[in-house]
Design a protein around this ligand. Structure first.
Ligand SMILES: Cc1cc2nc3c(=O)[nH]c(=O)nc-3n(C[C@H](O)[C@H](O)[C@H](O)COP(=O)(O)OP(=O)(O)OC[C@H]3O[C@@H](n4cnc5c(N)ncnc54)[C@H](O)[C@@H]3O)c2cc1C
Length: 458
């Protein structure tokens, strides 16, 4: 049977050696690239998937897509929560997860040079062997890639002290729309020559090019870590403790909050249901002054609750953090979770949680709240008990009100997950027309054909 003469056919029948990696065309294997962990899927299926093995593969794929007027969808592990890596008709997926070598770890310079497909936790483990660590720690560290983390400027639990992914990126290698390879940034701690192109590509969600290499800053592993936990009657009380802790002028390395329903579900999930009722705040301090800082934090918590625990035992710390880590998997068992991600001024967390409770009541849909309170980054999780149209409409209406709330409070519609497809219609409201126009013109200058992630972000 003659193969159809589609562009997909041409890539499938490219001469052997045209790509060092595999090219997938059609079938179930391609279907899985239609979505990411957000669950969003566009119309149709990608024309092909190039599983790049080399930088040259990425360059050839970009040129090929340009010739066929396809859009290039860069993809790491597909754990994104905004639909950014979801690929439909007219797209060529460039999967860089196979470019996964750690090329260098310099203990003396405290830097790592990596390919984009390296799994985040693997880099951290490799750095640990040299007494260092890769500080950005998204909760998805065991399954997401460094390239995806950079493209989304991912956050994590340790951001409150060590910053987001972008704070650890010193330089990048990026394949541009004409297929050329651009090197940005540096290997040195300091360097201010020219515009900061590294920052431009960080958090661009794959709209400006494909990241094929990164030079990253590592941190020394702190000598001491102390964990402080507090249990509170309700989430407002917990948020008040967070504000008190931040006002005490200490720098926790982690400061997480969970509302009472999230704690209840997480504990049930862990098989310790009802162990410690109430809302929960867990914090850590690290470094040389960790014990002193921990006491200041504990005192701040004690202004609001008598249920406070302080300790340095790593097993106890893991046990306490397990509740935080179990929160999302526990909610996934209740229905379809819509994982929202707003950033707020940290002084307004208590007020925001009160308003979110009202939104949940108004739309008659459960909303659980937990998140990185130290950064003011909350994850209100709307759980749709079923996927009927009526329930999904209520879930969407609740999400819209949560975004509106974030903007009303002077915050952001996304603290770390990005815009992708799902928050696109909200972006202008946050940025304003002027900023949006400037951002679009930068995209236009770098990618005049709109090759990369067409229809996403802007
Ligand atoms: C259980 C769970 C927990 C999570 N926790 C966190 C968290 O704590 N903090 C957080 O920030 N996020 C979190 N996420 C979201 C997600 O893991 C992050 O957005 C992550 O950075 C995505 O990495 P990835 O490799 O899966 O990228 P993908 O999902 O493959 O892609 C994400 C976006 O980046 C682009 N992209 C990917 N690789 C490249 C590249 N090499 N060059 C250019 N563009 C590229 C894609 O086109 C897409 O727009 C979580 C997700 C899950 C499922």
């Amino acid at each position: 049977m003659a193969l159809p003469r589609s562009p997909a056919h041409r890539i499938a029948s490219a001469p052997p050696g045209a790509f060092d990696g595999e090219v997938l065309v059609g079938g179930d294997e391609v279907e899985r690239f239609r979505t990411d962990r957000s669950g969003y899927s566009p119309e149709g299926s990608p024309e092909a998937v190039v599983r790049a093995r080399t930088v040259a593969d990425v360059q050839r794929a970009v040129v090929h897509a340009r010739e066929h007027r396809w859009t290039v969808v860069p993809r790491g592990a597909g754990t994104g929560l905004a639909g950014g890596a979801a690929a439909g008709a007219g797209s060529l997926v460039v999967d860089v997860s196979g470019l996964d070598r750690i090329l260098e770890i310099s203990a003396d310079e405290a830097i790592a040079v990596v390919e984009p497909g390296v799994i985040t936790a693997r880099l951290d483990a490799a750095a640990e062997e040299r007494g260092l660590r890769y500080a950005p720690d998204p909760a998805s560290a065991a399954i997401s890639t460094i390239g995806g983390n950079i493209a989304t400027n991912a956050g994590g639990l340790r951001c409150v002290k060590y910053g987001v992914t972008g704070d650890a990126v010193l330089g990048l290698d990026v394949v541009l729309a004409d297929g050329s390879l651009l090197h940005t940034g540096r290997r040195t701690v300091k360097g201010v020559a020219g515009l900061d192109l590294t920052s431009l590509f960080t958090g661009a969600e794959g709209t400006l090019g494909v990241i094929v290499g990164a030079t990253l800053r590592l941190q020394p592993i702190p000598r001491k870590t102390i964990t402080v936990a507090g249990w509170f009657d309700d989430v407002e009380q917990a948020a008040t403790a967070v504000s008190a802790a931040l006002a005490a002028r200490v720098r926790p390395s982690l400061l997480e909050l969970l509302d009472e329903p999230s704690v209840r579900r997480a504990e049930e999930h862990l098989g310790v249901g009802g162990a410690r009722p109430g809302a929960f705040v867990v914090a850590q301090t690290d470094g040389f002054g960790a014990a002193e800082e921990a006491e200041v934090l504990a005192d701040a918590f004690r202004l609001v609750t008598s249920r406070v625990r302080v300790g340095s035992d790593p097993h106890v710390a893991e046990e306490l953090l397990a509740v935080r880590r179990a929160a999302l998997p526990a909610l996934e068992t209740l229905g379809r979770p819509f994982i929202e991600d707003i950033a707020l001024p940290r002084t307004r967390i208590a007020e925001a949680t009160r308003r979110i409770a009202t939104i949940a009541e108004h739309h008659d849909i459960p909303i659980f709240v937990f998140g990185h309170a130290g950064d003011g980054n909350l994850h209100p999780i709307i759980v749709a008990p079923s996927e009927t149209r009526e329930v999904l409409v209520r879930a969407e209406a609740a999400a819209d009100e949560i975004f509106a709330l974030a903007l009303e409070f002077g915050g952001s519609i996304t603290g770390e997950h990005g815009i992708g497809v799902l928050k696109r219609r909200w972006l202008a409201r946050e940025l304003g027309e002027d900023a949006l126009r400037v951002q679009r013109s930068i995209r236009q200058a770098l990618d005049p054909q709109g090759l990369f992630n067409r229809g996403k972000v802007w």
